[in-house]
Design a protein around this ligand. Structure first.
Ligand code: C5P
Length: 253
């Protein structure tokens, strides 16, 4: 196996130097974490499912003109993506109240919101990714006003796409989180969707039964997480091509 350099290891993914400048290989691990890594498990096959699902969503977004970092699938656990400068924000879009919004504002989970609501959290694990306002973002220089306009537009387009795709397979998109990266093209720069879009970063409820098909299954001990993700993949027709996950990567530091 070709040797390559590990750039970064996060909770669910490892990033390696890509074959060309400006590219990265993104490897999806089986590790599941919740509550800022207070709860952890290794769930066989989760990385394979998230790799395929993120590929599916990012490919669809690219095809409808929403730019993403996704270049191509490499194998069951890896994809080639563009190297970006990550904006230090978690961009959350909510269609129905759930999770921290329900807790914070005392709104019953599942209540439909009057319109999609976009929230920003400052990406810092040691602080628990605190909710911040556009005032904080501007004052601390995390993103410019132009960036914020572009981020809002990307987030709402991803929401429309994801809501429609999910609706088509009987699933309600309750909320999701995306990350945004900056790329430089000659004298220009632009923002694109980065990281991943998967059931780890979305809330997905079956429209008929309300059954949860996302990471809340793990967070709230509601059964098998991989069964839930497999059900999402099955409905979308993106089951992994083979049931044999590739072996762990060869690392060189
Ligand atoms: O926890 P909360 O209700 O704020 O999460 C909103 C949405 O953002 C959920 O879909 C959750 O999975 C996602 N999220 C995430 N990563 C985080 C925080 C939230 O993917 N660090």
């Amino acid at each position: 196996m070709a040797r390559r350099k590990k750039i970064y290891e996060g909770k669910a993914k490892i990033l390696f130097e890509g074959p060309e400048p400006g590219t990265i290989v993104q490897y999806f691990k089986d590790d599941a974490t919740a509550f800022n890594a207070e709860k952890k498990a290794v769930l066989d096959g989760k990385g394979v499912l998230n790799n395929r699902l993120s590929e599916y969503f990012m490919t669809g977004l690219n095809q409808i003109g929403v730019p993403t970092h996704f270049i191509k699938s490499l194998n069951m656990r890896e994809q080639l993506v563009r190297q970006v400068e990550i904006i230090p924000l978690e961009v959350i879009v909510r269609n129905y109240a759930a999770g921290t919004m329900s807790k914070r504002l005392g709104i019953d989970e599942g209540t439909q919101l009057p319109r999609p609501i976009v929230e920003y959290c400052y990406k810092d694990d040691s602080l628990g990714d605190p909710l911040v306002s556009e005032e904080h973002i501007a004052a601390f220089g995390w993103a410019s006003q132009q960036d914020m306009d572009d981020i809002l537009s990307l987030a709402l387009r991803v929401n429309d796409f994801m809501s429609g795709v999910m609706f088509g397979v009987g699933i309600k998109l309750v909320d999701f989180k995306i990350e945004i990266g900056r790329v430089y093209e000659g004298d220009f720069q632009r923002l694109i969707v980065a990281d991943e879009i998967s059931p780890d970063s979305c809330r997905l409820w079956d429209i008929e039964t309300g059954q949860k098909l996302d990471k809340d299954v793990f967070r709230r001990d509601l059964g098998s997480l991989t069964d839930a993700y497999t059900e999402v993949a099955r409905r979308l027709g993106v089951m992994p091509k083979s049931s044999t996950p590739i072996t762990k990567p060869t690392l060189i530091n």
